[in-house]
Design a binder for this molecule. Sequence first.
Ligand code: ZN
Length: 116
Amino acid sequence: MHELSIAIEITEIAEEAAKAEGAESISKVELEIGILSGIELDALKFAMTEAIRNTMLENSEIVYHVIKGLAVCELCCNEFETDDHFKACPYCNSLQTNFLKGKELNIKTIDIEINA
Ligand SMILES: [Zn+2]
């Protein structure tokens, strides 16, 4: 399952970042998932509940931000929102478009707890 390996990677990155700060646990992780990233949000949510078991993220709140697709047309330079990889420019019908947003998978923030 594609999403499980992603979930494990997210968990490892968050744990490493928290350990580097000397944290005891992670209270919250915010993720940004582009609508064009190829990741199924529900599958990722399910995979995260598996991946965080027995890790520093076990009791963390995990927040998912879905990023809408934004493309720019190479011919007329207009920007337009899209949820589709193969959508033509709505201004000039060109298929020469580049994505500006929507393909990302980022860890936006990691909130850590440091016990004195
Ligand atoms: Zn155009």
